[in-house]
Design a protein around this ligand. Structure first.
Ligand code: AMP
Length: 191
């Protein structure tokens, strides 16, 4: 199996690039943000628990997202690989993911991190919010909180994958095609 973590701050382009990568490499896309948003719109118990935190731009508790990923992994036993988008976001999530993949007798192949500077992230997210209507993309203070959460809790897990020689950094500026070529280039060196 080829299991990729597409990493980066909110607005780095993970969702856009994932859509193309799933086609090229025949992967199943697991986005915890997408799963949570569908739970919120279906007004499930889990969605109700998560909504307030998401509206503020705070992280949802580890147990919730780990449980979601666990059931998606179990429900896709025939996949040839996964793209993890927006997960893991804490060291506890990274450790839990390793354990879940070990149960499936597989592991993370690599982490590709999209590097984009903060000003550009804010511009992209506000633009996306205006088009999609997504409320956490429309308010600058919520965006800044999400970036802060990323810097404080999420960015440090790069070291977790660096220590395993699985970390690749990619410049996340340029056209969608250019960035896709950079990501594919680094994947093709590994698989
Ligand atoms: P995203 O679409 O990845 O930007 O996620 C939107 C929101 O969902 C985040 O601001 C968090 O509130 C929540 N969320 C998504 N993925 C995670 C995760 N792995 N851990 C904790 N919270 C998450």
């Amino acid at each position: 199996m080829f299991n990729l973590i597409l990493f980066g701050p909110p607005g780095a382009g993970k969702g856009t690039q994932s859509e193309r990568l799933i086609d090229k490499y025949n992967l199943v896309h697991l986005s915890t943000g997408d799963i949570l948003r569908s739970e919120v719109s279906a007004q499930t118990e889990l969605g109700l628990q998560a909504k307030g935190l998401m509206d503020r731009g705070d992280l949802v508790p580890d147990e919730i997202v780990i449980g979601m990923i666990k059931s998606k992994l179990q429900g896709n036993g025939d996949a040839t690989g996964f793209i993890f988008d927006g997960f893991p976001r804490t060291e506890a999530q990274a450790e839990a993911l390793d354990a879940l993949l070990q149960d499936l007798e597989t592991s993370i192949t690599m982490m590709v991190a999209l590097e984009v500077e903060e000003e550009e992230l804010i511009t992209r997210l506000l633009k996306r919010g205006a088009i999609s209507g997504r409320s956490d993309d429309q308010d600058k203070s919520i965006i800044l909180n999400r970036i802060e959460e990323y810097n404080a809790k999420t960015a440090p897990i790069k070291n977790y994958y660096r220590a395993q020689n699985k970390f690749q950094s990619i410049r996340g500026l340029g056209s969608i095609d250019e960035i896709f070529d950079r990501i594919s280039g680094s994947i093709d060196l590994v698989i």
